[in-house]
Ligand binder design. Structure first.
Ligand code: PLP
Length: 390
């Protein structure tokens, strides 16, 4: 049995999405920019896809730019806004962003921009007092809508209101809310927003950047006139069609699906807490995406848990990143000040539309034995010397 609970990393392509893509490989393969009707026909499909994607976030079609992934969207937004504003605008972001945001911000810091990373508290909630005090007129702000490791949702309405009031440009990485929580850019007036198709059942290799009409932006992908000159490069038509279908499926099914997912996730959480001692749930339990559960098992390594579960057909991810041979605890879990006996033992379960009750039962059947087995091997534990466990 394969039990796939790593949907914040990537999701299965929906069969409906695959089906709408197929004709655009070998039949409707014209270039939408071509003069002839063969290409013109394809450009009509792209226009309709753009309308569907815009509808998903209540934007206007001309405010949607198709990109290759959310990493591209994040980079384009942050660097594009900073360049358009001119000078060296201040950059305000958070300590728990995905590297697709943190690294472009750090590059700007190396180029002389002041860059502030707003901290979070023990539940992963943003320090809003600090945020309010750092956002100034003309700054570029990039704050994720929901965290990929913990699922904690940031108060985007309030963040957008502060940025509006101060005259700052706001970008949000909304990758982890796509298809899980409603996004309405008229109600929540962000200036720029990134999403990635493969996080909600479209394929890898397609993303979107929402760019509010009139938003300060300089494209960094220069070339042809595609995407109104804002992102050059021949449109990835099959993937654009797939993204649009994924948006439609998510829009139509979201309310029911989110309720089902949060019930499944809560059952998983309750089962783990009931059967595994010395476990802590990471993140604000009242304010999480419905599909995400991050837990720390004290005294053992997340990697060991993930490997053991993988042998049993269960796919999850750790809260740690294995960087250049050293096991660095996740910057997100560390930023939350999780105690050092638990920081290494954090793992993430992330569910999707395709997650079943049986899969949750299977995890709950297998996990306690894995945890007990690893703890028996661990030199650490309550009352044991943990001085070398850092
Ligand atoms: N932002 C967040 C919050 C993510 O979770 C991810 C993917 O893990 C990305 C950005 C990058 O997305 P992509 O794989 O489309 O570049």
């Amino acid at each position: 049995m394969t039990c796939y609970l790593d949907n914040n990393a990537t999701t299965r392509v929906a069969p409906e999405v695959r089906d709408v893509m197929v004709p655009f490989f070998c039949d409707l393969y014209g270039n939408p920019s071509s003069m002839h009707s063969f290409g013109g026909e394809v450009s009509k499909f792209v226009a309709r896809a753009r309308e569907e994607v815009a509808r998903f976030i209540n934007a206007e079609p001309e405010e949607i730019i198709f990109t290759s992934c959310a990493t591209e969207s994040d980079n384009a937004a942050i660097r594009g806004a900073a360049e358009a504003l001119g000078g060296k605008p201040k950059i305000v972001t958070t300590a728990v962003e995905h590297p697709a945001v943190l690294n472009p911000c750090r590059r700007l810091k190396a180029l002389g921009h002041e860059v502030v990373e707003i901290p979070v508290d023990g539940l992963g909630r943003l320090d809003m007092d600090r945020f309010r005090s750092e956002v100034t007129a003309g700054s570029v702000v990039s704050v994720m809508w929901a965290n990929n490791e913990t699922g904690v949702v940031f108060p985007m309405d309030e963040i957008a209101a502060i940025c509006r009031e101060r005259g700052a440009v706001l970008h949000t990485d909304a990758v982890q809310v796509a298809g899980k929580l409603p996004v309405d850019v008229k109600k929540t007036p962000v200036d720029m927003l990134s999403m990635s198709g493969h996080k909600f059942h479209a394929p890898k290799g397609i993303g979107l950047l929402y760019l509010r009409r009139g938003a300060k932006f300089r494209p960094f992908m220069l070339g042809g006139h595609q995407e109104r000159g804002l992102r050059a490069g021949t449109e990835n038509v099959p993937y654009i069609m797939g993204l649009a279908k994924a948006c439609e499926l998510a829009r139509v099914g979201m309310a029911a699906e989110s309720a089902r997912l949060s019930a499944l996730r809560d059952r998983l959480e309750a089962g783990i807490v009931a059967t595994c001692p010395d476990v802590r749930v990471n993140g604000d339990r009242d304010n999480r995406t419905p599909n995400t559960l991050n837990v720390s098992f004290e005294y053992i390594e997340g990697e060991a848990i993930a490997y053991r579960l993988s042998d049993l057909g269960i796919c999850i991810s750790t809260g740690s990143a294995c960087a250049s041979g050293s096991l660095d605890p996740s910057h997100v879990i560390r930023a939350m000040g999780v105690p050092f006996t638990a920081v290494h033992g954090s793992v993430r379960f992330s569910l999707s539309r395709y997650t079943t009750d049986d899969e949750i039962d299977y995890v709950l059947e297998k996990l306690p034995g894995v945890i007990t087995g690893l703890r028996e091997l661990s030199p650490f534990g309550p009352g044991r010397d943990v001085s070398t466990f850092s």
